[in-house]
Design a protein around this ligand. Structure first.
Ligand code: N01
Length: 553
């Protein structure tokens, strides 16, 4: 198929679509837009493609979803030809894959790297967006697609004295491109979410001493990572049609795995233990799919949480350290469960110390130490594994104004409001890929990315066929969707945790459960039905009837 491309070189004037971000979402969006014959410009603040996999280069970074599934499905040739080397791909390999996709589909000519979108302003007369970039360019586009990622805005913790520290400071979400060698150094890791848990065992191998500062103990399941054999790859490849269908249409989380047929309390103690043992041995996120009520029923959840706590006590030799590492503050799975390689065992090493900063908070950072509980822990380097301003952080950094000059930050001041996680009322022709209110971070995100991108591309094609030039979520549909997202979330145990799903990790951020918990399969059906009913809940306006939109919102 001939691929229409926008003029290469300096952005000058106008495009059908401006896409923000060249991660997995932005790249696939560009590919689909070209297929529709639309002109598009992708702006990417990094110097390369890959999004989260471009930035998160910390030691031990790898995907917690199996590589054969954490990959694009839109091209059968691509999925048949790419060789994943391990069950869980390490970050460099995922980045290599992203670059391969960019080259294979010739995407780079429409991507402008090292460029941030600073501002986007909707013009109500022309129904077009005016976009201002960090290099001072102003371009216009009929549509803007925010493919900015859910976990791409690394968050520096507010710790007194951080700027006075004389050693090197690294954030896991913004890791340098050159190799970092901790050999012979005293290193501190602050934070024990997925990034901390993945990096601790690897840094421990290098550092002369590693001190881990833990505020909240986390549940983590062994990855059981291993090299993939050619046989295993071929098994997946032969079954890809079924696997991808299941992930998209049937599963709740975009992962090919058994669907549990019973609750945890339906089994006797020994049967339950045997099931948990089996999943612990096979490893990975699907530990939470042993039973169908682990996210719903506290008593059921307690059985899984107790099992993991017992495992931690078996692995960690020092009882006091084991006790500190046993999570007790939240039901298992209500903070994103971690998947590790030898995390708990790392605390058996003589060069690793755990410091409990829940009971003895960090007071300050001095020129050469982390001071907590009145004690100075002297270190040469600080690793901040303190997470992200998730789901809304990267959108909030762009100054977006819609109808009547209302900014998206003003509209979302009390929490993000979207219809289907795809659009926000008052912001016509602005789409969000895996936005708040969609399954996004509760799923194998590439499955959710492909679903959103396909939906948006089909929608643009429909608008073109109907001669529409603007589309907008109605406020009524949005209010109902936000209520639905909340109702489902509060029927689960998730809101019991101070998680980044709730915005609880960012001081001052509104506490609202942001992702849609109803499941990937059911969510897709809802989106498809909305489209089949002529984009129910959205108002579309043709060039000749511009007032209809304003009246409907
Ligand atoms: O971030 P987090 P992350 N002082 O927010 C602590 C994805 N991911 O980068 O829990 C001291 O989970 C904070 O403590 P607390 C994955 O979806 C995927 O680890 O707030 N401590 C917590 O321990 C994941 O869920 C992979 O009490 C402070 C930690 O820092 C998401 O990204 C790999 C602090 C932050 O944990 C985020 O993970 C990595 C402070 N001021 C990440 N502020 C894959 O495997 C924060 N903390 C694909």
């Amino acid at each position: 198929m001939p691929v229409p491309q926008s003029a290469p070189g300096k952005a000058s004037a106008s495009y059908d679509v401006v896409v923000v971000g060249a991660g997995f979402a932005g790249m696939y969006m560009l590919h689909r837009l070209r297929g529709l014959g639309m002109t598009a410009r992708v702006y990417e603040q990094g110097s390369g493609v890959g999004g989260t996999w471009y930035w998160n280069r910390y030691p031990g970074a790898r995907c917690d979803i199996e590589s054969m599934q954490y990959s694009y499905s839109f091209s059968d040739e691509l999925q048949q030809e790419w060789d994943w080397s391990e069950r869980y791909a390490p970050q460099p390999e995922i980045l290599k894959y992203a670059n391969h996709v960019a080259d294979r589909f010739n995407l780079r000519s429409d991507i402008q790297f090292d460029t941030r979108v600073e501002r986007a302003q909707f013009d109500e007369e022309s129904h077009r967006w005016k976009i201002v970039t960090s290099d001072g360019d102003t371009v216009t586009a009929q549509y803007v697609v925010l493919a900015t990622g859910c976990l791409s805005n690394a968050r520096m913790p507010e710790i007194k004295g951080l700027d006075r520290f004389k050693g090197k400071v690294y954030h896991t979400g913004h890791w340098p491109h050159e190799a970092v060698d901790f050999t012979g150094q005293r290193v501190a890791v602050i934070g024990t979410g997925s990034s901390g848990i993945q990096s601790v065992p690897v840094i421990a191998e290098q550092a002369s001493h590693l001190t881990v500062f833990q505020r909240t103990a986390n549940f983590s399941i062994p990855a059981r990572n291993a090299a993939l054999s050619e046989e295993e790859r071929q098994w997946f490849r032969a079954k890809y049609a079924d696997i991808r269908y299941f992930a998209r249409e049937v599963s709740r989380n975009g992962i090919y795995t058994e669907i549990p047929d019973r609750g945890a309390l339906d089994d006797r103690d020994n049967e339950r233990r045997a099931r948990y043992e089996a999943r612990w041995s096979s490893g990975g996120l699907t530990f939470m799919s042993v039973y169908n009520d682990l996210a719903l029923d506290k008593a059921a959840n307690d059985t899984a949480a107790t099992f993991v706590r017992e495992k931690i006590a078996e692995i960690v030799k020092d009882p006091a350290t084991a006790k500190l590492l046993q999570p007790n503050s939240h039901p298992i799975g209500t903070k994103r469960i971690c998947v590790d390689t030898d995390y708990f065992a790392a605390f058996n090493r003589p060069n690793v110390t755990l410091v409990d900063i829940k009971s003895n908070p960090i007071e300050e950072i001095t020129a050469q130490a982390v001071r907590a509980g009145g004690k100075d822990y002297e270190v040469d380097a600080l690793v901040l594994a303190t997470g992200f301003d998730a789901m809304t952080g990267s959108v909030a950094k762009i100054d977006i104004s819609g109808r009547d000059g209302l900014t998206l930050n003003q509209k979302w001041a009390e929490g993000p409001k979207t219809y289907l996680g795809l659009m926000s009322a008052g912001f016509p022709n602005l789409f969000i890929v895996t936005g708040p209110g969609s399954p996004s971070v509760l799923s194998n995100v590439i499955v959710s990315i492909e679903q959103h991108v396909d939906w948006i591309a089909d929608c643009l094609s429909h608008m073109r066929a109907q001669g529409c030039e603007a589309m907008e979520a109605s406020k009524d549909a949005e209010d109902k969707w936000v209520a639905h997202v909340n109702e489902l979330a509060y029927a689960t145990l998730y809101p019991q945790a101070n998680s980044w799903y709730m915005g609880a990790n960012v001081p001052g951020k509104p506490r609202i459960f942001m992702p849609y918990i109803g499941g990937v399969g059911p969510y897709r059906k809802i989106c498809d039905e909305v489209a089949a009913k002529g984009y129910e809940g959205f108002a579309m306006t043709g060039a000749e009837q511009p007032r209809k939109l304003a009246a409907s919102s």
